[in-house]
Design a protein around this ligand. Structure first.
Ligand code: FEO
Length: 391
């Protein structure tokens, strides 16, 4: 699919993808592995596709171009969803075809494929002349791997942004302005929250660095999902917002429960919050029943999280343990938190959860709420009061 006279999308749309990064990220709307073929006086290929599609990718590419005519491959990022077809591709291309990537890109690609290809290491500001246009490389470490770089194509004014500004969203369309905007932005936010959130400060720095270069950007071509063509910097502005300690007027209660006592506590706390503030969005999510990708997205949007588990074997339930570990990894700032839970005997969970949240960068605003056995009407009222006080 042609994007401009000189750029053709030669990627793979993965309609079937439901999980990504193993089972870590749920991709209910599929995804795409965007690869771009640039034909100027020189011909270069930017990125490939995920490993299971390596043969399909190469065979389709051969319908588009004689592989011997490709002068260079650009590997913006070494993760397997973009480098997976390299082995298949390089098997059919002249073996000295240069692969342009960062120094860390060499480490990641060699580490995975154990090949001594003709790597050409580039740094920020290095240019690759293509004829009428050129590609300027911009290292973007930790967005989201140390090896990541962007590339800017002059004349066409296109920024190839690797995972940055992407979405896991399969579509029959190529451009962001052609699809449902609610789904597009929900997927873009989910992508940011689950993959890029820990690197918010670096995202701000990199975006400002690119803005300071005063590049005219007519299009942003990410490695996943739709291409930003109409007002392309709209997603850049959104990233600046999301990276700046983002929060909405939302409180998210996440809990797990054994015999419904902690669930009853969660609902009573929610009632108290609602009594006090009719505007605040309240989400109740049982972490054993809800998708973890969605839970993390809701946590990312929240100004406060309320985390509950009963005490079991002197600790807390495994779905809460798992989600707390994932939340810690997000390195969120400017968020408050509190813990709660029922118990029958020892009752350590609330303090343990509070401590974990403190160590994860949350401002834990009180000692939490412990309920011995099943909350009765009196305790439910106390929980409502607890919820009101959170507001
Ligand atoms: Fe889409 Fe980090 O790979």
């Amino acid at each position: 699919m042609k994007i401009t006279d000189k750029i053709t999308w030669v990627g793979k749309t993965d309609w079937e993808l439901k999980k990504f990064h193993g089972d870590e990220f749920t991709t209910i709307n599929g995804s795409s592995y965007n690869s771009y073929l640039i034909r100027d006086k020189k011909t270069v290929l930017i990125d490939t596709a995920w490993l299971p599609y390596d043969k399909e990718f190469v065979s389709k590419l051969k319908e588009e171009i004689d592989l011997n005519k490709i002068d260079a491959v650009i590997a913006l990022h070494g993760e397997v969803d973009h480098s997976g077809a390299l082995i298949e591709l390089m098997r059919e291309m002249p073996e000295n075809t240069p692969i342009y990537c960062t120094a860390n890109g060499v480490k990641s690609i060699k580490g995975q494929y154990h090949k001594d290809w003709n790597f050409q290491i580039v740094k920020t500001g290095d240019k690759l002349g293509l004829g009428d246009s050129d590609l300027t490389f911009i290292e973007a470490p930790m967005l989201h791997w140390p090896d990541t770089m962007f590339a800017y194509m002059s004349k066409e004014n296109v920024l190839f942004s690797s995972d940055g500004f992407g979405q896991h969203l399969a579509s029959e369309f190529l451009y962001a302005d052609e699809v449902d905007q609610d789904i597009l932005y929900a997927e873009a936010l989910k992508y940011y929250a689950n993959i890029l959130a820990p690197f918010g400060m670096m995202a701000i720095k990199k975006i400002n660095e690119i803005l300071d270069m005063n590049l005219q950007i007519d299009m942003i071509c990410p490695s996943h999902g739709l291409i930003w063509r109409k007002d392309p910097t709209q997603i850049v502005k959104k990233y600046l917002e999301w990276a700046n300690n983002y929060q909405e007027n939302q409180i998210t209660i996440i809990y797990d429960t054994m015999w419904n006592d902690t669930r009853k506590m969660a609902e009573a706390i929610a009632k108290g919050i609602q009594n006090k503030d009719k505007e605040v969005v309240i989400k109740l999510l049982n972490t054993a029943k809800n998708d973890k990708t969605d839970v993390l997205t809701e946590v990312f949007k929240s100004k406060m999280i309320v985390v509950g588990s009963p005490t079991v074997n002197n600790g807390y339930l495994h779905s809460i343990a798992g989600i707390l570990e994932m939340i810690k990894g997000m390195k969120l700032k400017n968020k408050k938190a509190v813990a709660f839970g029922s118990y029958g005997w020892s009752g350590e969970a609330v303090k343990q959860i509070s401590d974990y949240l403190k160590n994860s960068g949350f401002e834990v605003i009180n000692d939490g709420f412990k309920c011995l056995w099943t909350p009765d009407e009196k305790v439910e009222k106390e929980l409502e009061k607890f919820g009101e006080e959170l507001v």
